[in-house]
Design a protein around this ligand. Structure first.
Ligand SMILES: Nc1ncnc2c1ncn2[C@@H]1O[C@H](COP(=O)(O)OP(=O)(O)OP(=O)(O)O)[C@@H](O)[C@H]1O
Ligand SMILES: [Mg+2]
Length: 237
């Protein structure tokens, strides 16, 4: 089986500083993969490199096509959505306006309204708050809005940067449950970058561990979660 996303010898640079040192990993279509690592390990940089938002060398292939030299717009058009660290919703716009904006590059205008309804089915709290300004939502609600807005692109691959950040464990559990559902029912392949290893491993099928810009471990989420050495050395629990 060939992978949907192939990453080979990926190196990334901030000026003279090298942040990724030859990453190699694959994402299979339909999978839910987590990339785990401590502060500064290179998780955010990995997502940025996939979307060509940082200078990189090496190859990122999406369905056999090299994308890490394409424009961010072209990458979005291929069906890759990126939910960056820190959510980034438009705080003075309403929930519904944020969702509509997520679909702005789409031409199938009729389907957009039904997709907004689908988002409300996934995230009922967003329907309750649909006329409210995004900036007045709780952290968890804003994260849900950021995910829903990304889904309005109808992506085939969604990249999520620490969706659990700053959220209470119960809210994270809720959000991850919905991500699992989106992965299974809407067939969206998901890569979720996390420091919260324990919860991410419950959600994911497959896991990679990154340390100082290198993949140091990979396996099924169950294998990684049950390996005490890995847990103690890299995951801190
Ligand atoms: N804009 C930048 N300029 C210079 N160095 C950067 C920049 N952004 C990140 N780095 C460096 O690149 C390395 C990887 O950072 P990155 O943000 O990818 O880590 P991370 O795993 O996402 O960490 P965190 O869990 O804190 O979000 C770090 O050493 C960091 O200091
Ligand atoms: Mg980060």
């Amino acid at each position: 089986m060939t992978a949907m996303l192939n990453v080979r010898d990926l190196r990334a640079y901030y000026g003279q500083v090298q942040a990724l040192h030859g990453l190699e990993f694959d994402l299979h279509e339909g999978s839910l993969t987590t990339l785990l690592g401590a502060n500064g390990a290179g998780k955010t940089t990995t997502l940025r490199a996939i979307c060509n938002m940082v200078r990189s060398t090496g190859a990122v292939e999406f369905e056999g096509k090299t994308i890490n030299k394409s424009s961010t717009e072209a990458i979005v058009k291929l069906g890759i959505a990126h939910v960056p660290q820190g959510r980034g919703t438009f705080t003075t716009m309403t929930v519904e306006e944020n969702l509509a904006l997520g679909a702005i590059s789409r031409k199938d205008h009729k389907a957009i309204a039904s997709d907004i309804e689908r988002m409300y089915a996934h995230f009922p709290v967003l329907e309750k708050r649909h006329t409210q300004q995004a900036g007045t939502l709780s952290g968890g609600e804003q994260q849900m809005l950021a995910v829903a807005r990304a889904l309005m692109l109808r992506p085939r691959l969604m990249l999520l940067d620490e969706p659990s950040f700053g959220l209470a464990p119960l809210i994270v559990r809720d959000l991850f449950k919905i991500l699992g559902k989106i992965n299974r029912e809407d067939k969206v392949t998901i890569l979720v970058v996390e420091q919260n290893a324990q919860l991410a491993l419950e959600l994911a099928d497959k896991a990679y561990v990154i340390e100082t810009g290198r993949i140091v471990m990979s396996g099924s989420a169950d294998q990684i979660a049950s390996n005490e050495d890995v847990r103690k050395s890299y995951l801190g629990y």
